[in-house]
Design a protein around this ligand. Structure first.
Ligand SMILES: [Zn+2]
Length: 105
């Protein structure tokens, strides 16, 4: 898994792909290979009337999406990139394969 919580990612498949959208990874489910990304893959949930929410209604909410459909977003390349792993002063970091930008710095 090359994506972690709090990474900024961009989708390469699905509804939000190709629109220069990015979002922060809020939650990862490693076992299922899925991630919830802030602002991506929004679904409309229809809520039943309840005490908390007496009118019922609809909310927009992020649905989990496959990690394989996400790429790490490089702030210098301004696009999703692949990374290599390098050791920087004893610390393992992910590095953009295009420009060398170090993530996890
Ligand atoms: Zn880059």
């Amino acid at each position: 898994m090359n994506i972690r919580r709090n990474d900024i990612v961009t989708p390469i498949r699905g509804r939000d792909a190709g629109a220069d959208k990015t979002g922060k990874v809020l939650h990862i489910e490693p076992a299922r290979g899925r991630a919830i990304v802030e602002g991506l893959n929004l679904v409309t949930k229809h809520l039943r009337k309840s005490q908390e929410n007496p009118k019922g209604g609809m909310v927009r909410k992020e649905a989990p999406m496959a990690v394989s459909n996400l790429m790490l977003y490089c702030p210098e390349c301004k696009r999703g990139v692949r990374t290599r792993r390098v050791t920087d002063g004893g610390k393992k970091v992910r590095q953009c394969k295009r420009c060398g930008h170090a993530f996890d710095a």
